[in-house]
Design a protein around this ligand. Structure first.
Ligand SMILES: Cc1cc2nc3c(=O)[nH]c(=O)nc-3n(C[C@H](O)[C@H](O)[C@H](O)COP(=O)(O)OP(=O)(O)OC[C@H]3O[C@@H](n4cnc5c(N)ncnc54)[C@H](O)[C@@H]3O)c2cc1C
Length: 387
């Protein structure tokens, strides 16, 4: 791989963005012998040298990222207003991957692939000429037969009103306390015992040891908050819930993930495919994206071998409708989230919930999940969608 020295202007594929989706796809293009004669340009404005996010996902047994996982948990806690439970999640494990470990590992691997060139440059535009796509960057223009674009912009989501747009927005503090305050064996998946203020608000806690952990204030709502509101909520939680007075903030992270059933595939063409969050690969009802990106990348590789137009890659299934109903409910009355998630965790095991969120349940299991949620909300939302 050649870093930053571009000698070619024509490529088979251009991947825009070396984040989760771009790196997974580039790695597939480099490691699968089918693509060894395909030239690939991977472009990112960033050198990917900062630890800008912490990914977590659940998985049964061993997985593709195990070598770079920094922590995993076999138990999770859920807390609602009137319900609290600790769950063993076997055969699942909840795994954590630091963004920087992923970027370094994947960029190092990609560097060994001769068919892939990485360029650090800001992409400023893209024109679909049908015969090829031209990508404009601050380092010049590049042409490719097909482009995979992971630049996400909320603009297209707000230009329509058919599908509500919520955001999963959060601020997290990595803290180090002077005395033991965490149980390192159990991740707090959702703690809704905090004031809801008319929204769906919860705490997410990843304990690394008895004295170190990530405490994240998260909302599923339409609008973001002023910075100090997230920070004050974290401070109160650390003091009142974790009983921790003396601590040091070692790092901070913030994030914003779209939660919408918007038809992202409308932005694709025969030669351009949007991938990752930009392609609608974030689960609309939860924001979990990392493992769905891993799965979609594998599906995409199989699809590309069939030489079909990229616009025929996406499809809708029944999970899309389930997500749509939940988002309709939360968009109309954002305070209902706590009741819905509390009912869900009271009535279904986390194993079944994970399977459902992975979109791997059968109809009988779907009905179990649906019946554990407040039915009147969903029937009303379905009625509103239909009529
Ligand atoms: C802080 C945070 C924590 C998250 N935690 C989880 C989690 O625990 N589990 C989970 O499943 N999901 C999580 N997500 C959601 C999702 O997995 C991530 O957002 C993931 O990084 C999405 O991958 P992506 O490739 O779509 O986008 P990104 O990883 O954001 O990659 C997009 C890339 O495009 C580049 N780029 C953007 N604009 C340009 C431009 N004009 N020119 C060139 N390059 C450009 C960016 O530099 C970036 O590298 C989290 C997201 C955030 C922000």
């Amino acid at each position: 791989m050649i870093f930053f020295i571009l000698v070619q202007t024509d490529f088979d594929y251009i991947i825009i963005g070396a984040g989760a989706a771009g790196l997974m796809l580039a790695d597939a293009f480099g490691s699968d012998p089918y693509f060894k004669d395909k030239t690939v340009l991977l472009i990112d404005k960033d050198a990917k040298k900062t630890n800008d996010r912490t990914w977590c996902f659940w998985e049964k047994s061993a997985g593709d990222f195990d070598k770079i996982i920094s922590k995993s948990w076999n138990q999770i806690q859920f807390e609602g207003e009137n319900y609290k439970a600790n769950h063993e999640i076997a055969p699942y494990t909840y795994k954590m991957l630091r963004g920087l470990d992923f970027y370094s590992n994947y960029l190092n691997r990609i560097q060994t692939y001769e068919n892939i060139t990485f360029s650090q440059a800001l992409v400023t535009g893209m024109v679909d000429h049908k015969s090829h796509v031209e990508v404009t960057t601050e380092n010049g223009n590049f042409r490719a037969a097909q482009v995979f674009n992971s630049i996400f912009d909320y603009k297209s989501l707000y230009q329509q009103t058919k599908y509500p747009v919520l955001q999963q927005h959060f601020v997290g503090w990595f803290i180090k306390s002077d005395k033991p305050v965490f149980n390192p064996e159990m991740a707090t998946f959702m703690d809704f015992s905090i004031p809801q203020k008319g929204n769906t608000r919860f705490m997410y806690v990843l304990p690394f040891s008895e004295t170190e952990g990530l405490v994240e204030y998260t909302l599923f709502s339409a609008d973001t908050l002023p910075e100090e509101e997230y920070e004050n909520a974290i401070k109160i939680y650390i003091h009142e819930k974790l009983n921790c007075v003396q601590y040091e903030i070692t790092e901070k992270e913030r994030g914003n993930i779209p939660m919408t059933c918007y038809n992202f595939s409308a932005m694709n063409s025969a030669s351009i495919l949007h991938i990752g969050v930009a392609g609608g690969w974030a689960k609309p009802s939860t924001g979990y994206t990392f493992m769905s990106t891993n799965r979609k990348t594998k599906e995409l590789v199989i699809f590309l071998k069939k030489n079909k137009p990229l616009s025929s890659f996406s499809h809708k299934d029944r999970y899309w409708y389930y997500d749509l109903l939940l988002l309709d409910i939360l968009f109309k009355d954002n305070s209902k989230g706590r009741h819905i998630f509390e009912s869900l965790f009271k009535g279904s095991s986390p194993q079944l919930i994970f399977k459902f969120l992975d979109e791997g349940t059968n109809i009988r299991e779907d009905l179990h999940i649906i019946s554990s949620c407040p039915k009147s909300y969903f029937i009303k939302a379905l009625f509103n969608r239909l009529f």
